[in-house]
Design a protein around this ligand. Structure first.
Ligand code: FES
Ligand SMILES: [Fe+2]
Length: 393
């Protein structure tokens, strides 16, 4: 985020805190509970969001060096991502051209070539089929016509984006819809991959995303945890096409204002938490130590199950904190999960059960929950559905 933008955000937060005001959406929205329970809608979402839409996969440091690879199955399509020998980012369907087995198991590593576990056809990291086991016995085929299928992808601003189906291109600027400036200023290229985890939840994938969509709940659900660090009922509000950014204030914000001569001297990351929604399924958090990327997908083809693929990437100025102790990269998950799993996703599973109870037809997003208005209408726009209406009365 640019310096001037940081100043604008900080002054909104300061004023909002002093006046007990936050962004007002100007009305409420009612969302049908069937948005969380309808199998036909899920099928449409799977096709549109998780096959046809470019997805943020991670950051450049997920593929740290030439000849590194990362296989990710989160979207339901097995995707082989590589940084090839020349350092270029490439993505392929991880599907063998012989009989369709997964050529490379899920995970990360370094390799110049990949041998399929079924009959040992071998591909290089440009996706070319370079060897057919017992070729003379197998029969004659043109190797050039049996390369791995390349997927559209682009690496920009330190982000890795892939469209899970072949055809077309990925344009990261279009995907970010005006958020490019923020992303380039966070210098995501230089962040190191810390650790990754998968968090299952008994909640629709949008229900899981919703838990990152307001801080109205902080003083209640998180009264004994996050509330001591982040001020509830206070956020900024900025829309970037289908994406969204809100910034929360840390409890030390006003005190920090008092301690500096000019607001320009405020250490932005130490006094805020930035929450980005990156269409269609990603929450990106920026805090004091790290960039957290949470990619949220439907699980088991179920309307009531999701998996959150969480990776975190450490700022250079915070590396020593985790690499020289007292905390390891993985230990950070303990504190993170005590809030996200034990509190947010626990209550999200209750909300999911509530949606399935058929007790009522709609839930309500308040005028103090503007991000939820945005997330749900972004998804509706993506599917060509009618947007939820703002009820201003
Ligand atoms: S399916 Fe890959 S070699 Fe046969
Ligand atoms: Fe929460």
């Amino acid at each position: 985020m640019r310096r001037e933008e940081k100043q604008r955000v900080l002054s909104i937060l300061r004023k909002g805190w002093q006046n007990d005001e936050s962004h007002d959406a100007g009305g409420i929205m009612r969302c049908p509970v069937s948005d969380y329970t309808c199998p036909e809608l899920l099928a449409q979402e799977q096709r549109t969001f998780f096959r046809e839409t470019p997805l943020l996969m991670g950051l450049s440091s997920d593929l740290q060096e030439p000849n590194s690879y990362w296989v990710d199955n989160a979207s339901g399509v097995s995707i082989l991502m590589v940084r090839d020998s020349e350092g270029a980012f490439r993505a392929f369907g991880n599907v063998c051209r012989h009989r369709g087995a997964r050529v490379v198991p899920e995970g990360r590593g370094n390799a110049l070539q990949f041998s399929c576990p079924f009959h040992a056809w071998t591909y290089n990291n440009h996706g070319n089929l370079i060897a057919i086991n017992r070729e003379r016995k197998f029969g004659s085929i043109c190797k050039e016509e049996h390369s791995l299928i390349e997927l559209p992808c682009e690496e920009k601003f330190g982000m890795l984006w892939v469209k899970p189906t072949p055809g077309g291109t990925v344009n990261v600027e279009n995907c970010l819809g005006g958020m490019e400036d923020d992303m380039s200023h966070w210098d995501l290229t230089s962040k190191s991959h810390g650790a990754s985890q998968v968090i299952p939840a008994d909640a629709n994938w949008k229900m899981a995303i919703d838990t990152f969509g307001e801080n109205y709940h902080f003083d209640v659900l998180h009264r004994d945890s996050l509330s001591s660090e982040i001020k509830g009922n206070l956020q900024t509000h900025d829309i970037y096409g289908l994406n969204y950014r809100m910034v929360f204030a840390r409890r030390n914000l006003l005190e920090a204002y008092e301690s500096v001569e000019s607001p320009n001297d405020l250490p932005f990351r130490l006094v805020t938490l930035c929450v980005y929604f990156i269409y269609p399924n990603t929450i990106l958090l920026i805090d004091q130590y790290a960039v957290d990327i949470l990619r949220i997908f439907p699980a088991d083809n179920s309307t009531s199950k999701s998996n959150t693929h969480h990776s975190w990437y450490v700022f250079n100025d915070s590396k020593h904190y985790f690499e020289e102790g007292p905390h390891s990269y993985e230990e950070r998950f303990v504190g993170f999960n005590s809030v996200i799993v034990n509190e947010d996703y626990n209550v999200a599973s209750q909300s999911q059960a509530g949606a399935e109870s058929e007790m009522y037809s709609h839930i309500v997003f308040g005028r103090n929950e503007p991000a939820l208005h945005h997330y749900h209408n972004a998804h509706r726009i993506g599917l060509g559905r009618k947007e939820l209406e703002l009820e201003t009365a």
